[in-house]
Design a protein around this ligand. Sequence first.
Ligand code: GN1
Ligand code: MG
Length: 351
Amino acid sequence: MGKLNNIAGNFIPEDNIIEIVPFGSGLINNTYLVKTKSSFPDYILQRKNKNVFPNVPAMMDNIVKVTDHLRNKIIEEGGDPERNVMTLLTTTNGDPFFEDAEGEFWTMSLYIPDTISYETASTNDLARKGGEGIGKFQRQMADFTQDLYLTIEGFHDLKFRFKQWDETIKSGNRKRIKECKKEIEWIENRRKKMVDFWNLVEEGKIPKRVTHNDTKLSNILFDKEGNVLCVIDLDTVMYNTVLADFGDAIRTFANQGKEDDINIDNVGLDIEKYNSYIEGYLSEAGEMLNEMEKEYLSFGPQYIIYEQVMRFLMDYLKDDVYYKIDYPTHNLVRTRAQMKLLESIESFFQI
Ligand code: GN1
Ligand code: MG
């Protein structure tokens, strides 16, 4: 762990560190908790995945702008700026990242103590509070007007995903492509419906706003009383449709099973949690949505889960180059669990 201590030492005095331990459940970056001597706060240290984020300084520029904006709002609204928004540290050079000798990028933020994060929502109340949390984030960002870098090309952009998809089917692992005939057909059967929806976004009928783009439940911190404190993991903050955030949240908040459930019988929409999430979400974001966004709200989960199916399956067909996996068929298991979730949602909603 000596190397990690040295890296953290670019942000804080190395002498204050007691130990640095792996932390969290992300599929992309490497995350650590930096425990320090008792008179100092603890921190989160992260090695950003260069493979996924080609321009970490641009990504950090987005995060600085967004957290600055949120901090002002939180102070205005009487919140706690150390607990309701991420606080980034800077290096002795004043940068919000450190580039090591191997060209890896590291960032550090304040660890928010006495918080809980969840992988699945156990109660309707948690789903409602989660909805409030994401709704509040979007509401507080609604008057943000600065540019944000597109940090990952085509992220949650269906047209881009279809281009990637067609290339993957041409050049992916032949054996796996054969094995996944059913899954590939499943994607193709829904292609037209998805392209039609994406056209509404491209035409501006469904507007682009500041979105988090990774609103899974584990990216929201709750306090011990179950209230939302803070939205974390702002790596993918960009301009997109709010339906992406709504959909991705439902994907985890209202799934009866796990994202990668091996037993797909466990997977399905929990309609009560769905309704609770909407109730919380609209209580904060309802006023900023236009008619089209409201009309298509229930399509948000369909679009984003469909995209997740494509992404997990493409990664499987490309021999697992993007997501971390725990076993060789992990991406296929994720694909099938997400397919089941979308089918379940389709049985509830007709559009
Ligand atoms: C990745 O690693 P994490 O949890 O931040 C991915 C998301 C997916 C998610 C699926 C940059 O997020 O888009 O929804 O896994 N992030 C990126 O669990 O690709
Ligand atoms: Mg993320």
